[in-house]
Each structure stands twice: as structure tokens, then as C-alpha cells.
Write a protein that binds this ligand. Structure first.
Ligand code: FAD
Length: 301
């Protein structure tokens, strides 16, 4: 039995609603936080040998999980791989470190490169997979190397250039789990870093519905100068509500959960937005959020 092998935390039939910023999602067969690399290795080998589906999660702030849940195990390094070391302008962090902590610790040392990401929720692992970014900065900008584990439990190092990082995307193989990364940051006068941080923080508070549960932007912007939120707004969909899910009146690319929303409600809003924007502007919106547990074709119109 897998639960007897795991040294970290093993939660059986765990509602994913507890592990996503949406607060939505049915149960995963198991939700596992490995204690360390060796523990993770044993879990991956067990899953591979038994043909069990695995999904790697960070803190679930960019994730929509189906109401039916996920037939497989969700592995997260969010609470256990949390070492962060900064020496001069070199930073090494395990993937479970929260972005907020990285922003805080780098700013403290007058290091620039992370401050624009103030307020982006999530772990470093999720940020690297998504190539998270905000207000002109992207997590991959100052990246040097990334360490991953393969499904056979072996570890591997990638140089930054081995992976293509683009707008909210990276080309890490799907069956590899990120473990840690190193960065080289630049020094900058404290007042300039603080100014950029405050500007990003204000920009976020002014434009985003931060009081409500969401997963940030649902769709990618079709072009750098054409925001998905603008198109959804122009299509007249701000404030559209299905069940307890709503297209935010503050930021049309944020879909919010007023408390009891189901994944199905968010899916229906996604399909409504895609269909209306396609009809009105001939633009096919592409999902930015990641999805888990849905049948293929769920998000096609
Ligand atoms: C209010 C709000 C504001 C937001 N603003 C922004 C923003 O400005 N910019 C932005 O880019 N994003 C934004 N987001 C989205 C989200 O915060 C980011 O995408 C974040 O990087 C996700 O991190 P996570 O740890 O929660 O990842 P998760 O949502 O758990 O996972 C995201 C993806 O990464 C994969 N993954 C996670 N960890 C690993 C790992 N160790 N190994 C392999 N795969 C892994 C998952 O399988 C999934 O595909 C926002 C979200 C919210 C709720």
C-alpha cells in the first residue's frame, strides 16, 4: 500500500477544493506531500509500476479541478520543499517556496528581478511551469538552472536554454517534477526596487478582484496589446453569473467563486466567454489556467 511507504503526508480521497485558490474541485484518490527527494522517488516509482495517474501541483492558484475529482494521485512539494538560500546575488530555491517569500527576501537584499511579481500567489514550481509574470517581469528572466526528477526517480539538471519559456508557458516535459532552481539577480538601489514593487502592488489592487476566490486570469491575452479581459468586457459579459460563479465586474478575465461555485459553473462561463468572443471578434481565446480531471473536449466550443 502506498500510504505505508509515504514518509510525508498522505491524504486519501482528498477534496481538491481544499487545495485550489478557486476553492473548487472533487476528490483526488490521494493528495501526497513527500517528505524529501527519496520519498518522492519511492512514490513516483510505485505509481509508475502500478500504472497510477499522477499530477504535480504547487499551491493550486492556477488550477481548475473537475467536480468529479481526479482518478490518480496529486503530488505537491508545496509544504516540504521550502529551502531558500541567497548568497550575494545568487539565489537557490526549492520549488515549494512561495513567490511572496522570494520577493520579500530578494528586496531585503537590494536584489532586483522578482519585485514585479509581488502579489502573484503560488509556489516557485508553479511559477516556473507557467513562466509566471506581471508588470513586465517574468520568473524565467534571471533563471540559471533547474533540477527535476524523472518518473523513474532519477534527477536531471536543465540549463535555462534547454527549456523554452514564453508567455505563460514553458516546455518542461509533462512527466517530470521540478525540484529546485537557481537564479542570478542584479543589485539595484533600494528606493528604485521599492518603487517598482509598490507600483506593481497598487496596479494589482486597483484592477483585480482580490477579495474573492479566483485563479487569476482565466485566458491568455491573444496579443501583447490585446487583452482577453478587454474582449470579454467588450462582449458585454462582465458580471455574467452562473450559479455562484461570476465574470468579475472589476476585471473581466478573472472568474470568481462567490462561495459555492462548482467547476461546472466556471466551465459554463468559460464556454460562454469563448463562444461570445469568437462570434463578436473572431478571436479564439486560449485557456491560461490549468485543468485537471475533465474529459477531453470539455473546453472546446
Ligand atoms: C489573485 C490571483 C492573481 C494572479 N496573478 C497572476 C499574475 O499576475 N501573473 C501570473 O503569471 N499568474 C498569476 N496568477 C496565477 C498563479 O498565481 C500563477 O500561475 C502561479 O505561478 C501558480 O503557482 P502554483 O504553485 O499555485 O501552481 P499550480 O496552480 O498548483 O500549478 C500550475 C501548473 O504548474 C504545474 N506544477 C506546479 N508545481 C510543479 C512542480 N513542482 N513540478 C512540475 N509541475 C508543477 C502544475 O501541474 C500546473 O500545470 C494569479 C492567481 C491568482 C489567484
Amino acid at each position: 500500500m502506498l500510504n505505508e511507504k509515504v514518509k510525508g503526508t498522505f491524504l486519501r480521497n482528498e477534496p481538491m477544493a481544499k487545495h485550489t485558490s478557486y476553492g473548487i474541485g472533487g476528490p483526488a484518490q490521494a493528495y501526497i506531500t513527500p517528505a524529501d527527494e527519496n520519498d518522492l522517488k519511492q512514490i513516483l516509482i510505485f505509481a509508475k509500476d502500478k500504472g497510477i495517474n499522477t499530477f504535480f501541483a504547487g499551491s493550486g492558484s492556477n488550477l481548475l479541478v473537475a467536480d468529479e475529482g481526479f482518478e490518480g494521485i496529486v503530488i505537491t512539494l508545496g509544504k516540504s520543499f521550502t529551502k531558500l538560500g541567497i548568497d550575494g546575488n545568487k539565489m537557490e530555491a526549492q520549488v515549494g517556496v512561495m513567490l511572496g517569500k522570494i520577493v520579500k527576501e530578494t528586496i531585503k537584499r537590494n536584489l532586483t528581478g522578482m519585485e514585479s511579481m509581488i502579489g502573484v500567489p503560488g509556489t516557485l514550481g508553479g511559477a516556473l511551469i507557467m513562466n509566471a509574470g506581471a508588470f513586465g517581469g517574468e520568473i524565467s528572466n534571471c533563471l540559471d538552472i533547474i533540477k527535476v526528477m524523472l518518473i523513474n526517480g532519477e534527477t536531471k539538471i536543465y540549463q535555462k536554454d534547454d527549456i523554452v519559456f514564453s508567455y505563460r508557458n514553458s516546455t518542461f516535459p509533462k512527466d517530470e517534477i521540478l525540484l529546485s532552481a537557481t537564479f542570478t539577480l542584479n543589485e539595484k538601489p533600494a528606493n528604485e526596487i521599492q518603487y517598482d514593487r509598490a507600483k506593481a502592488s497598487k496596479g494589482r489592487k486597483d484592477t483585480q478582484p482580490l477579495r474573492f476566490r479566483s485563479a487569476g486570469s482565466v485566458f491568455k491575452n491573444p496579443k501583447p496589446d490585446l487583452a482577453a479581459g478587454y474582449l470579454i468586457d467588450q462582449a458585454g459579459l462582465k458580471g455574467s453569473r452562473i450559479g455562484d460563479a461570476e465574470i468579475s465586474t472589476k476585471h473581466a478575465n478573472f472568474f470568481i467563486n462567490h462561495g459555492k461555485a462548482k467547476a461546472k459553473d466556471i466551465v459554463d462561463l468559460i464556454l460562454l466567454a469563448k463562444k461570445t468572443v469568437l462570434e463578436k471578434f473572431d478571436v479564439n481565446l486560449e485557456l491560461e489556467i490549468r485543468t485537471l480531471g475533465f474529459t477531453p473536449g470539455t473546453f472546446e466550443i
